[in-house]
Write a protein that binds this ligand. Structure first.
Ligand code: HEM
Length: 154
């Protein structure tokens, strides 16, 4: 019985480490000001669905041609990207060029948005915290409950 209790504890610690590592792996944030600077064929970034892409090495390989990518350089490319109706393969390929995400305050449709959900950096930090804190609390709670009801019969 004691063994099982320790297993619970080990599980709780593992879960905690896993959540913490996932939290640390948060995407790099770029302001729109920063994205705008990369608008040439030698250094080309744009954003699609609030993710930032460095497509410098992809310009020549793009099946839709170089010109269309250059036109989007340094800005929001979501609409033109979606208008083309890119395939699933294209969407998979995009991940290769993803370098981060647009900073919270600069996101597309931010100003016209009527959403009421809080989106401050504090809010997202809180979400990360809650994502591992709650399972950790449940795991530790389960370990204690187990020890109290089952372990005591030992
Ligand atoms: C990282 C971003 C992008 C990737 C990985 C990508 C990839 C691709 C791929 C794989 C194709 C071939 C067709 C398909 O599989 O859907 C394609 C076609 C095309 N793409 Fe992109 N693309 C990107 C961004 C853009 C953007 C921002 C535009 C802006 C207009 C654009 C315009 C086009 C056009 C016009 C075609 C040709 C469609 C056709 O001939 O039917 N692409 N792209």
């Amino acid at each position: 019985m004691r063994k099982l209790y320790f297993r619970f504890q080990l599980f709780a610690v593992e879960l905690w480490i896993y959540r913490l590592r996932n939290g640390i792996k948060m995407a790099k944030q770029f302001t729109l000001e920063e994205v705008k600077k990369h608008n040439t064929a030698k250094d080309l970034w744009f954003t699609i669905h609030d993710k930032v892409y460095d497509v410098t090495k992809f310009i020549e390989e793009h099946p839709g041609g170089e010109e269309v990518l250059l036109e989007q350089g340094g800005g929001f490319a979501t609409e033109s990207f979606e208008d083309v109706g890119h395939s699933t393969d294209a969407r998979e390929l995009m991940k290769t060029y993803e370098i981060g995400e647009v900073a919270e305050a600069d996101r597309e449709g931010k100003k016209s948005s009527t959403k009421t959900t809080p989106s401050s950096p504090e809010g997202s930090n809180q979400n990360v915290l809650m994502s591992w804190l709650v399972p950790l609390a449940i795991a530790i709670g389960a370990a204690f409950v187990y020890r109290y009801f089952v372990g005591s019969h030992n």
